[in-house]
Design a protein around this ligand. Structure first.
Ligand code: CO8
Length: 261
C-alpha cells in the first residue's frame, strides 16, 4: 500500500522503515500525515514477520520539524483538541507496537517531531540532530504527549526547563540528558541504526516482544506487581519453540534459528 506523506519499506527481512515524507515542509505533521502514520503502523502491526521498525524523516535536514504550523494556525479550540487527541492515539499505537521501534533522528526533531521520536522505544541521533519543544514560543503547550513523555524520559526539572524555555538541544546534550541513546556522525547514522536493528531481528522474536511488554507494563505498576508480571512473562517463554531453539543452540554451540513460535 502507498501513502501520500509516508514511505513504508521493508529494507531487509523483518526490518521496516517508516519515513515521514514531506521534505518541502521539513516533514511537518499535518492531519493527513498523522492519518498516514496511523495506517502505516496498522500495516506493520498486522505483519507477523516484522521484527523491528525504524522511524525517520525524509531529506538531510529534518526528522520532523513539528506539527504543521500553517495548518494549525487557524484552528479553533475544538479543532486543536481533536488534532491533539487523534495524534496522541496514533503515537500511543506506535509506543505500544509489539515489536521494538527506533527513532532515527536525522536533523530537526522539534515539537511534534520530538514527541514522535519519544513515542519510539529509543532514539538514535545523527550529530546534526536538534531536539526541542518550541511550543511556548508559539503561544501553545506541547500537545502530542510531550509534557508527559519528556518528563518520564529526562525527569521533571529537565523537562520543565526544556518546555518552559523552548530552547533547542543539540545532539550531544540530548545524549547527556538521556533523550538520545546514541549519537553518530550523520553519514554513519543509517548504518549504525541498521546494525542495531539486525541484532534485534536475530534474537528470539517472542522474547523480544515479551521483554518490551514487561518493561512497558512494569513502568505503570508497583515493583511487586511488576516483578510478578515479569515472572509470568518469563514462564510463558518456556512454552515457546524459540526457547527450546535458543537454549539448544547455545548448548550445541551453533547460531539459533528462531521462528517466532
Ligand atoms: N510547520 C509548517 N511548516 C514548516 C514547519 C512546521 N512546523 N517547519 C518548517 N516548515 C516549512 C517552512 O515554513 C518552510 O516552508 P516554505 O519554504 O514554504 O517557507 C520550509 O518548511 C523550510 O523551513 P525553513 O525555511 O524555516 O528552514 P530553516 O532551515 O530556515 O529553519 C527550522 C528550520 C529552525 C526547523 C524552522 O523551520 C522552524 O523553526 N520550524 C518550526 C519549528 C517549530 O516551531 N516546531 C513546533 C511546531 S508546534 C508543535 O509541534 C506542537 C505540537 C502540538 C500540537 C497540538 C495540537 C493542536
Amino acid at each position: 500500500m502507498s501513502y501520500e506523506n509516508v514511505l513504508l519499506d521493508e529494507i531487509e527481512a523483518g526490518i521496516w522503515v517508516l519515513t515521514v515524507n514531506r521534505p518541502h515542509a521539513l516533514n511537518a505533521l499535518n492531519s493527513a500525515t498523522i492519518a498516514d502514520i496511523g495506517a502505516a503502523l496498522q500495516a506493520v502491526a498486522a505483519n507477523a514477520a516484522a521484527r523491528v521498525l525504524i522511524v525517520t524523516g525524509a531529506g538531510e535536514k529534518a526528522f520532523v520539524a513539528g506539527a504543521d504550523i500553517k495548518e494549525m494556525s487557524a484552528f479553533s479550540g475544538v479543532q486543536g483538541q481533536d488534532f491533539s487527541r487523534r495524534t496522541m492515539a496514533v503515537f500511543r499505537s506506535l509506543e505500544t507496537l509489539s515489536i521494538p521501534t527506533i527513532a532515527m533522528v536525522n536533523g530537526y526533531a522539534l515539537g511534534g517531531g520530538n514527541e514522535l521520536a519519544m513515542s519510539c522505544d529509543w532514539i538514535i541521533a545523527g550529530d546534526n540532530a536538534v531536539f526541542g519543544q518550541p511550543e511556548v514560543g508559539l503561544g501553545v503547550t506541547p500537545g502530542f504527549g510531550g509534557t508527559q513523555r519528556l518528563t518520564r524520559l529526562v525527569g521533571r526539572a529537565r523537562a520543565l526547563e526544556l518546555i518552559l524555555t523552548a530552547r533547542n538541544v543539540k545532539a550531544a546534550e540530548a545524549l547527556t540528558l538521556g533523550l538520545a541513546n546514541h549519537v553518530y556522525p550523520a553519514a554513519e547514522l543509517r548504518e549504525q541504526v541498521l546494525k542495531q536493528a539486525r541484532m534485534i531481528a536475530s534474537r528470539g522474536p517472542l522474547a523480544v516482544k515479551l521483554g518490551k511488554e514487561a518493561v512497558q507494563r512494569g513502568q505503570d505498576l508497583d515493583l511487586d506487581n511488576a516483578c510478578q508480571f515479569e515472572a509470568q512473562v518469563f514462564g510463558l517463554c518456556f512454552s515457546t519453540a524459540d526457547q527450546k531453539e535458543g537454549m539448544a543452540a547455545f548448548i550445541g554451540k551453533r547460531p539459533a534459528a528462531f521462528r517466532g513460535e
